[in-house]
Design a protein around this ligand. Structure first.
Ligand code: PMP
Length: 373
C-alpha cells in the first residue's frame, strides 16, 4: 500500500505537546489503515456500529489490557466515558456517598485541581486541606502538612499537575480513606497501586489515545451506593451495567486506546518498563536544564518535579519567544507553556521517545551557548 511506504513525519516524533499528545508511530500507522479498513472487518473504523460484536470485543480487550497492565484486582469496573476529566470533576461529588460523613477533602496543588474544586463545590461543600496557590503552585505538600479528618467522605487529588509540572511519587491519605484520583496526565505511565484507590479517572489524550474518551476505574461498592436520582449519562451504575455502551460511545477513541494498550503490553513490556523509560527521559531533560546555571529555570521544586510535564522558563520573555521560534524551525512542536502560567513546557508522555528528548537536549544546549548571559 502506498501510504505504508511514506516516511513518518518527523514533527510527530518531536511533538512535546501537553495534550492531545504524541502517540506511538506504530499505533498511528495502524490507525491510518483502520480509517480506510479495519483488518478482518472490511469497514472503516469511523463507520462501524457500536452495537456490533466486533466493537463489544474491542471494549472487552481494552478493559482486560488495562486490568493486566495495572494488576487490578476483582471488584472494580473499568469504564470508558465521555465528557473528559472535567465531567469527572462533577460526577465524583455527585456519585460518592457522603451521608453521615465529614465533607470530602480536596488538595489544591495546581491549575487543574483548582478547577476540580470549583466544579465539586457546585455540587456540595468540601474542605480544601492544602493549597499551593499563594506560593504559585511550585511544590506539593509533604505528609506532615496534611491533616485528614478520620471520617471524611473521600479524599480527592491530582497525581500529576499537567500545567505546573508537579507530580506525586507516593499515594496520599489514611489507609482506610475512600481515595479518588485524577490521573489524566500520568495514567499508564507507571505502576500506580490502583487497588489503593476507590476511583481513578484519566482522559486518554495524554498517554493512552486521542481526546474523546475518559477511563474510569471504580470500585463496585461505590457503584452500588450511587444515588438513584442521577441523570443516566452521569450515573456510574447505568454506565457499568451497559459496559460503557450506554449510548453511542466514542468508537474511534476507544479503538485507539486498545491499540495503545497492546503497544504497552507487547512492545514496551508493561508499566515497570514504561516507568523506567519515562524516568530515563525525565532524568536527561532535567539534567540538561540544570546544567545551564540559571539560564533554564524549572518551575517545580526538586522532589516534586513531574516525569511527564517539564515546565521551565528563560530569563526573559523575548528569549522564550526566540526559543519557540527556533525550536519550531528545528522541527520541535508543542513547547509553549500552558496559557495560565506562560513560559515553556516539554511534555514527555509515554510515546515521546528517548531519542526525541536527546534531540531536544541538544537543541537546548546549543541555544544556551548561542545566548551567553
Ligand atoms: N485534569 C488534568 C490533570 C488535566 O491535565 C486536564 C486537561 N489537560 C483536565 C483534568 C481536563 O481534562 P478535559 O479537557 O478532558 O476535561
Amino acid at each position: 500500500m502506498m501510504h505504508m511506504q511514506q516516511p513518518f513525519n518527523p514533527r510527530n516524533r518531536l511533538n512535546f505537546s501537553g495534550g492531545p499528545g504524541v502517540l506511538p508511530e506504530c499505533v498511528l500507522r495502524e490507525v491510518q489503515e483502520a480509517i480506510m479498513e479495519v483488518p478482518g472487518v472490511g469497514l472503516s473504523i469511523l463507520g462501524i456500529s457500536h452495537r456490533s460484536d466486533w466493537f463489544a470485543a474491542v471494549v472487552r480487550e481494552a478493559e482486560t489490557n488495562i486490568r493486566t497492565l495495572l494488576g487490578l484486582p476483582a471488584g472494580y469496573h473499568v469504564l470508558f466515558l465521555q465528557g473528559g476529566a472535567t465531567q469527572q470533576f462533577a460526577m465524583v461529588p455527585m456519585a460518592l456517598p457522603r451521608a453521615g460523613k465529614a465533607p470530602p477533602e480536596y488538595l489544591d496543588t495546581g491549575y487543574w485541581s483548582a478547577k476540580s474544586i470549583a466544579e465539586a463545590q457546585r455540587v456540595a461543600p468540601l474542605r480544601v486541606i492544602w493549597s499551593g496557590r499563594a506560593t504559585g503552585y511550585r511544590r506539593l505538600p509533604t505528609d506532615a502538612e496534611l491533616s485528614h479528618a478520620p471520617d471524611a467522605a473521600y479524599l480527592h487529588y491530582i497525581s500529576n499537575e499537567t500545567v505546573e509540572g508537579l507530580q506525586f511519587s507516593r499515594v496520599l491519605g489514611r489507609e482506610d480513606v475512600t481515595r479518588v484520583c485524577d490521573m489524566s496526565s500520568d495514567f499508564l505511565s507507571r505502576p500506580c497501586e490502583a487497588q489503593r484507590f476507590a476511583l481513578i479517572y484519566a482522559h486518554a489524550q495524554k498517554n493512552i489515545g486521542p481526546a474523546g474518551v475518559t477511563i474510569v476505574l471504580v470500585r463496585d461498592e461505590i457503584v452500588r451506593q450511587t444515588p438513584r436520582d442521577l441523570p443516566s449519562c452521569l450515573d456510574f451504575r447505568a454506565q457499568a451495567e451497559a459496559h460503557s455502551i450506554f449510548n453511542t460511545p466514542p468508537v474511534f477513541a476507544i479503538y485507539v486506546v486498545l491499540l495503545v494498550t497492546r503497544w504497552l503490553l507487547r512492545d514496551i513490556g508493561g508499566l515497570e518498563r514504561m516507568d523506567s523509560i519515562n524516568r530515563a527521559k525525565a532524568t536527561s531533560l532535567y539534567a540538561c536544564l540544570d546544567a545551564g546555571g540559571d539560564f533554564y529555570r524549572t518551575r517545580a521544586a526538586g522532589v516534586d518535579r513531574s516525569l511527564m510535564n517539564v515546565a521551565f522558563s528563560l530569563p526573559t520573555p523575548g528569549l522564550e519567544r526566540e526559543f519557540l521560534q527556533e525550536a519550531g524551525l528545528a522541527g520541535f512542536s508543542g513547547l509553549e507553556g500552558h496559557r495560565a502560567v506562560g513560559g515553556l513546557r516539554a511534555s514527555i508522555y509515554n510515546a515521546l521517545t528517548l531519542d526525541a528528548v536527546s534531540e531536544l537536549c541538544g537543541f537546548m544546549a546549543d541555544f544556551r551557548q548561542r545566548h551567553p548571559r
